[in-house]
Design a protein around this ligand. Structure first.
Ligand SMILES: Cc1ncc(COP(=O)(O)O)c(C=O)c1O
Length: 388
């Protein structure tokens, strides 16, 4: 067998998100795109802001834009701009050397984990979690430790405390959260800071690609300020609708110990994982457009439209404050079965089990409002059938 045991195992159990996405493609080919209601993938449908596209074009055409290799950490002037932006937004003082450009947040997560994990080191994540975290940890010999969230789908500090062992190397947090859309309040960060005071070798990895997708003036606390031994991993995938362009960055917090060695490790990991560097043109675009963003009110309107449909049907969900997901309680215990019933109505959602959390399903509402409204009758019928 040419394929490794691990990959064979992974492909059997891997992503429900992808599975549903592929099922959606099949249904669309069979019934026509307009008759399928696909909420499976967090793939932003909004076009990037005009300013971003214009910058992309003018930088691509400029004779002054080189297309070759640059330092593995990224262009110095881009790291400078990003460090100024992060310093302002997170209210900390970071230098350009604290920033390493990455191939999206996914690339950045792998670079951080590659840089810190010894074999069997443990990484704690809080369910429900972004499914790729397990693979990212295991990619680098780490052991993935999943703990359940606490009340209201927020991290439970006692559970985190109990899960920490002498092998724990990192805690991954994700706010605004995929799949719940919850934003962690400040007290969670203060609690983490106090907890980590007892564990000087544990790093907080804050995966924050949805940081700028928040609604109703919800404020996101600064993890870098409150938990100085933390690192932010983020990207332009969601807030600039550039998911396919693979651009993001890692920002190392002011309290990361042996910072220089850590940054050197990030840079080397970027190289030897085969990324070499983040995409050259997109680095420059991000440097120019870091203050831009898509119109979050569009997602807010969709969220509100979806919520009123769920309220009308009487389905419980976690009220999302950010990102573009609704995590909805399945009307029956078996979330996979609920998704199958939804499929009969040509509605695609992802079972909670795909996020390490049974009994719920995730709907990604980064789709046109007509898709949301179009799904309402089928959703109603599916729930009525299951409740009958
Ligand atoms: C929580 C979370 N982290 C990371 C990623 C990866 O994003 P990127 O496209 O920046 O690699 C995603 C993508 O959906 C996500 O939801």
């Amino acid at each position: 067998m040419i394929v490794s045991q691990q990959m064979l195992e992974y492909s059997k159990t891997s992503s429900w998100i992808r599975k549903m996405f592929e099922e959606g493609a099949r249904l669309k080919a069979q019934y026509g795109k307009e008759n399928v209601f696909d909420f499976s993938l967090g793939n932003p449908d909004l076009v990037p802001p005009r300013h971003v596209i214009d910058t992309m074009v003018s930088l691509a055409l400029s004779k002054a834009t080189p297309h070759g290799y640059m330092p593995n950490a990224g262009y110095p002037h881009v790291r400078q701009k990003i460090s100024e932006y992060v310093s302002k937004i997170y209210e900390v003082v970071l230098k350009p050397e604290d920033i390493v450009m990455s191939c999206g947040a996914g690339g950045g997560m792998n670079v951080v984990l590659k840089s810190i994990l010894n074999p069997e080191d443990e990484v704690i994540a809080i369910a429900p979690y972004f499914v790729e975290y397990r693979f990212y940890c295991e990619n680098h010999g780490g052991k993935f430790v999943s703990i359940e969230c606490g009340k209201d789908f927020l991290p439970d500090l006692d559970k985190i405390r109990q899960a920490i062992t002498e092998k724990t190397k990192a805690i991954i947090i994700n706010s605004p959260n995929n799949p719940t859309g919850r934003v962690y309040p400040e007290n969670i960060f203060f609690g983490l800071r106090d907890l980590l005071a007892e564990h000087p070798d544990v790093l907080v990895i804050a995966d924050e690609p949805y940081r700028r997708l928040v609604y109703d003036d919800v404020k996101i606390p600064s993890v870098l300020k409150i938990v100085p031994r933390s690192v932010v991993v983020t990207s332009a995938s969601k807030d600039l609708s550039l998911a396919g362009e693979r651009i993001g960055y890692i920002a190392a917090g002011p309290g990361v110990s042996e910072k220089e060695k850590f940054i050197d490790a990030l840079i080397l990991a970027t190289r030897i994982l085969g990324f070499v560097n983040a995409p050259s043109l997109m680095q420059k675009v991000l440097g120019e457009c870091i203050e831009s963003g898509i119109d979050v009110n569009i997602y807010k309107r969709r969220r509100d439209a979806f919520r009123s449909i769920l309220d009308d049907i009487g389905l419980f969900y976690v009220p999302p404050e950010g990102a573009f997901y609704l995590f909805v309680k399945s009307p029956i215990e078996d979330d996979v079965e609920f998704c199958k019933v939804l499929l009969n109505e040509k509605i695609l959602a992802v079972p909670g089990i795909g996020f390490g959390y049974k009994g719920y399903v995730r709907f990604a509402y980064c789709v046109d409002e007509t898709v949301i409204q179009g799904a309402a009758p089928g959703l109603k019928r599916a729930v009525a059938l299951l409740k009958a």
